[in-house]
Design a protein around this ligand. Structure first.
Ligand SMILES: Cc1cc2nc3c(=O)[nH]c(=O)nc-3n(C[C@H](O)[C@H](O)[C@H](O)COP(=O)(O)OP(=O)(O)OC[C@H]3O[C@@H](n4cnc5c(N)ncnc54)[C@H](O)[C@@H]3O)c2cc1C
Length: 379
C-alpha cells in the first residue's frame, strides 16, 4: 500500500467541491479505499470552499448546473444515515428578483422546475415587499421564492466527506503540495511533492482555482479554466430591523445579493474579475461598490460600517459548465474542476459522477456530455 506499490487514486486538493473531499467519499463508498488526498494548505477548505456564501439555489440558466444543483439538493436534504453529525441544509429560503427579459426567461423555466420537483413560488412586486421590506418595487418586475432552499453548513459537509472517507482508509496529507505529475507513454503514473514520489495510475485534479495551472504539469491538454474573484462583506443590520428570518435575496439585474448571517448581514456585488490563482483578497473599490449598491437599491439596509470582508475565486470553463472526467489526451488524469459558483451545493452529485467515471468509465446519474472533459476535444 501507499508509496511502495502505489495508490488506487491520488486526489490533488481538498476543497469541498469540495471536489477533493466529495470524490474521496464517493470513491471510498464504492470500495476504492487506498486513496491519497494531497492538500497544500494547513487545513482543508481554506480557499473557495471556506469563503463561499454557501447556499443551495435550485435555479440556474446553465442547464447542466441546474440539473446538478437539483441532484445535489436531494443529498443535502436527505444524506445517508450517519453521514453527518448536524443537518447539512437550513431551509432559510432564497428569493431572486428579476426585471425585463430576464424575468420573461425565468417565467418560462418555472413549469420545468416544478416538473423536476423544485418547490418554487412566483411572486409579484407586492408579494415581495412584505418579505424583504427594504427593496423598491420599481427595481424588479417579479421574483421567485425557493422556500425549500437555503444555507448549507459547508464546514459540516466538508468534514463529513473527509471523516467518512478516512473511516474507510483514505489518507489526507496536509501541507503537501503537488509539484509535478509523472506521465509515461501518454498515461499518468504518479505525482511528486517536496516529501517524495507517490505512484498511481489515476490522478485527479481537484485543485480549484489552480486547476488550470496543474494542467500545465501534464503538458498538452485543451481544457481551459479561469478563476474569477467574488467579494463578500458583512455588516450589522440597522437597529430595530428584524432581518434574521429573511431569505437570501438576490437582484440579478442590478447584481447584488444580501442575506442574514451570524454577525448581522452579508452582501456581495456579484463581482467577476478574472485573475491568476492566488489567496484572493477583497479589492477596496469593489467593497465600496457593494456599499454604494446597497445604498441605492436597499437604502434602509445601508451599512454604517463593515465588520468583515473577504474574497474567493470561482473557477469557470469558457462555457460556464463544469469539467468532469478523464483528460482527452493524458490517460488516467481526471478533471474535477470548473465548479464556478456552485461547487458546494452540487458536490454530492459531481462527486458521485466523477467516482462513476473513474471506477466504471460511465455514469447513470445524468447525461454528462455538457460537463465532460472530452467536450474540449484533442489539442
Ligand atoms: C464568494 C463566493 C461565494 C460562493 N457561493 C457559493 C454558494 O453559495 N454555493 C455554492 O455551492 N458554491 C459557492 N461558491 C463556489 C464554491 O465555493 C466553489 O465552487 C467550491 O468551493 C470549489 O471547491 P474546490 O474544491 O474545487 O476548490 P477549493 O475549495 O479552492 O479547493 C481546492 C484546493 O486545492 C488545493 N490545491 C491547489 N493546488 C494544489 C497543489 N498543487 N497541491 C495540493 N493542493 C493544491 C488548494 O489549496 C485548495 O484547498 C462560492 C465561491 C465564492 C468565492
Amino acid at each position: 500500500m501507499g508509496s511502495e506499490s502505489g495508490f488506487d487514486a491520488i486526489i490533488i486538493g481538498c476543497g469541498i467541491a469540495i471536489a477533493g473531499a466529495s470524490l474521496a467519499y464517493f470513491l471510498a463508498e464504492r470500495g476504492m479505499t487506498d486513496i491519497l488526498i494531497l492538500e497544500r494548505e494547513e487545513q482543508p477548505g481554506y480557499h473557495a470552499t471556506g469563503r463561499a456564501a454557501g447556499v443551495l439555489v435550485e435555479l440556474d440558466f446553465v442547464p447542466s448546473i441546474l440539473e446538478l444543483k437539483i441532484l445535489g439538493g436531494k443529498f443535502l436534504r436527505n444524506p445517508p444515515d450517519g453521514f453527518s453529525e448536524y443537518p447539512l441544509l437550513r431551509r432559510s429560503g432564497i428569493l431572486i428578483m428579476f426585471k425585463g427579459e430576464l424575468w420573461d426567461s425565468v417565467q418560462q423555466m418555472i413549469p420545468d422546475l416544478k416538473q423536476a420537483g423544485v418547490v418554487v413560488n412566483v411572486l409579484s412586486q407586492e408579494e415581495v415587499t412584505p418579505i424583504i421590506p427594504v427593496v423598491s418595487p420599481e427595481n424588479f418586475d417579479g421574483a421567485v421564492l425557493l422556500p425549500e432552499d437555503g444555507h448549507i453548513d459547508a464546514n459540516e459537509l466538508l468534514w463529513s466527506y473527509i471523516r467518512q472517507a478516512r473511516r474507510r482508509g483514505a489518507r489526507l496529507h496536509l501541507k503537501e503540495a503537488v509539484l509535478g505529475i509523472k506521465v509515461e507513454s501518454g498515461r499518468v503514473s504518479g505525482v511528486n511533492t517536496a516529501a517524495g514520489e507517490y505512484y498511481s495510475r489515476r490522478v485527479i485534479n481537484a485543485s480549484g482555482a489552480w486547476a488550470g495551472n496543474i494542467r500545465k504539469l501534464i503538458g498538452q491538454t485543451p481544457v481551459r479554466l479561469t478563476p474569477y474573484r467574488r467579494t463578500i462583506i458583512t455588516f450589522a443590520a440597522p437597529e430595530g430591523m428584524e432581518t434574521k428570518d429573511w431569505p437570501l435575496a438576490a437582484d440579478l439585474t442590478h447584481e447584488l445579493y444580501f442575506s442574514p448571517e451570524s454577525s448581522g448581514m452579508l452582501a456581495s456585488p456579484m463581482d467577476e474579475d478574472p485573475m491568476e490563482p492566488c489567496d484572493a483578497r477583497p479589492d477596496e473599490l469593489v467593497v465600496a461598490q457593494t456599499v454604494e449598491r446597497l445604498k441605492q437599491l436597499t437604502p434602509g439596509l445601508a451599512p454604517k460600517s463593515i465588520i468583515h470582508k473577504w474574497a474567493g475565486l470561482r473557477t469557470f470553463a469558457p462555457d460556464q459548465a463544469m469539467v468532469v472526467g478523464e483528460d482527452p489526451v493524458v490517460k488516467g488524469f481526471f478533471w474535477l474542476s470548473g465548479q464556478g459558483g456552485s461547487g458546494i451545493e452540487t458536490s454530492a452529485a459531481v462527486g458521485q459522477i466523477a467516482s462513476d467515471l473513474i471506477v466504471d468509465g460511465h455514469t447513470e446519474v445524468m447525461d454528462i456530455k455538457p460537463i465532460s472533459s472530452m467536450r474540449f476535444g484533442e489539442t
